[in-house]
Ligand binder design. Structure first.
Ligand code: UGA
Length: 478
């Protein structure tokens, strides 16, 4: 079957070759690599450039710099078909890439603003070596008006008789863990442009995805899906759409977390509340899962950056500051629950299931799990952790705790287990066995991934987020 799929995929791409665009993707990080591999899969010829020679060598040797389901296969196939290449020198890529995607990091500065020095450096390099026409597209998450600044940069340093440019914004909405799926089946593609030529070129680049006209590399029976909306705006609006989307999603999470706290206090069930309010199509059911809060490399950073944008524009973004504050308090509240049940934390053996900021990724940046572990370890707990994919990255940040070979080993002899990332494999654990090997069968579920009834049936003391049983415990004085 896979051979047949491959053959069909090849012929599919051949059909698309007529419309092949030469593309340079600058930055082989999470966004850059998925964008490069995805565009190559749909038939374009893509060169992906990164300054990090070690990363380029790793990719050229068939390795992956991070874990992302489906990405390795995608890269492998496009490299074999000679549609995807990894190089370290931007000058070599620009000779053939008419379309340039900037996908470099924009980490937070100390004041919360996005650090745009990598974007500026890339712009300088482009203007130093480009010839002919280039469409320069910012895909990195940047504050509104970055496009304007890029335009100014190129008009000062880059526009000459040998090179001329269009600037565009094309925000990405990829979620880690399902980035490949999000690339091929997005809810929308947003492009911010100020010329018809730029819009037309971007439409060409995304044509197979917009028309859902490719052999889906991830779903065996994908079927014909409806066309993807192509939203064309001015550059400022496109930049703003990205920050506003992430801020809105963060706001939903903090909202439901606030409701979860109320549910615990008054004796209601946050799961049911979320389910029912989410049934209102104006609200929608997603991103209403209460828990230990949002983490990752996007929401916390984008929220802060957007607050700074509002501030410098003279707009009152107190709402978003509150979203951030509620999220930070999730860690305090969870640690307080653990402390409350364990009485004395010092010397207690605590098993941890899950380190990544969410399942299906090895990313531990701003992971709530790490914040919780740091706090409990500082209070003298003996923490023993397990995660299916994120242990190496967690070890680099918290080397002092013990890392275990599997979830059972982490639970063995534990006075409590904290479930902090909702990996599927934890749902398949033999709870009877877990119950037997723990010193005290106490589970804190920071993601509400287990059923309260199943836990009670197996004889666990079970503490989740926002359920009525939490209120009952308080009433009973436990
Ligand atoms: C997020 C956005 O969802 C993407 O659209 C965007 O492209 C990306 O940021 C980015 O800016 O690059 P991501 O950070 O990968 O994607 O992860 P999400 O799935 O959005 O989850 C973020 C955090 O919120 C996780 O820690 C997750 O556990 C938490 N979360 C999510 C909740 O606590 N409750 C929910 O109901 C949903």
């Amino acid at each position: 079957m896979s051979v047949l799929r491959f053959a069909i995929a090849e012929s599919n791409c051949l059909r698309l070759l007529e419309e092949q665009v030469n593309i340079t993707v600058i930055g082989a990080g999470y966004v850059g690599l998925i964008t490069a591999a995805g565009l190559a899969e749909t038939g374009h010829r893509v060169i992906c450039v990164d300054d990090d020679l070690g990363k380029i060598q790793l990719l050229n040797a068939g390795g992956m710099p991070f874990y992302e389901p489906g990405l390795e296969n995608l890269v492998k196939r496009s490299r074999a078909a000679k549609r995807l290449e990894f190089i370290a020198r931007i000058e070599d890529a620009l000779a053939q890439g008419e379309v340039i995607f900037i996908c470099v990091g924009t980490p937070p500065l100390e004041n919360g603003e996005a650090d745009l020095s990598s974007v500026e450096l890339v712009a300088r390099r482009i203007s130093a070596c480009a010839r002919g026409y280039h469409l320069v597209i910012e895909k990195s998450t940047v504050p509104v008006q970055t496009g304007r600044r890029l335009q100014k940069h190129f008009s000062i340093y880059g526009d000459n008789s040998q090179a001329h440019y269009d600037i565009a914004s094309n925000p990405e909405f990829l979620r880690e863990g399902s980035g490949v799926e999000d690339f091929f089946h997005p809810d929308r593609i947003v492009v911010g442009v100020d010329s018809e030529k730029a819009a037309a070129l971007l439409e060409e680049v995304y044509k197979p995805v917009l028309e859902q006209n490719f052999l889906c590399p991830i779903h065996e029976n994908c079927g014909k899906r409806p066309h993807v909306p192509f939203v064309v705006t001015d550059i400022n609006s496109a930049e703003l759409i990205k920050h506003a989307s992430n801020s809105f999603l963060s706001m939903k999470i903090s909202f439901i977390n606030m409701i979860a706290d109320l549910c615990e206090a008054v004796g209601a069930d946050a799961g049911k509340v979320a389910e029912a309010i989410g049934m209102d199509s104006r609200i929608g059911g997603s991103f209403l899962r209460p828990g230990i809060g949002f983490g990752g490399s996007c929401f916390p950073k984008d929220l802060q950056a957007f607050v700074r944008v509002g501030q410098s524009a003279g707009c009152d973004f107190t709402l978003l500051r509150e979203v951030e504050r509620i999220n930070q308090r999730r860690i305090d509240l969870f640690v307080a629950k653990v402390r409350n049940e364990l009485w004395v934390v010092r010397g207690k053996r605590i098993g941890v299931w899950g380190l990544a900021f969410k399942p299906r990724t090895d990313d531990v940046r701003s992971a709530p799990a790490l914040a919780i572990i740091r706090r409990l370890a500082a209070e003298g707990a003996q923490v023993r952790a397990y995660d299916p994919h994120a242990m190496e990255k967690a070890k680099a940040q918290i080397p002092e705790i013990e890392y275990c070979a599997d979830a059972y080993a982490a639970a063995e002899g534990a006075d409590a287990v904290l479930a902090l990332t909702e990996w599927d494999e934890f749902l398949r654990l033999d709870l009877k066995k877990v119950r037997q090997i723990m010193a005290r069968p106490l589970i804190f579920d920071g993601r509400n991934m287990f059923s309260c009834a199943a836990m009670a049936e197996h004889g666990f003391e079970y503490v989740d987020i926002g359920s009525a049983s939490e209120a009952r415990k308080q009433v009973l004085g436990r």
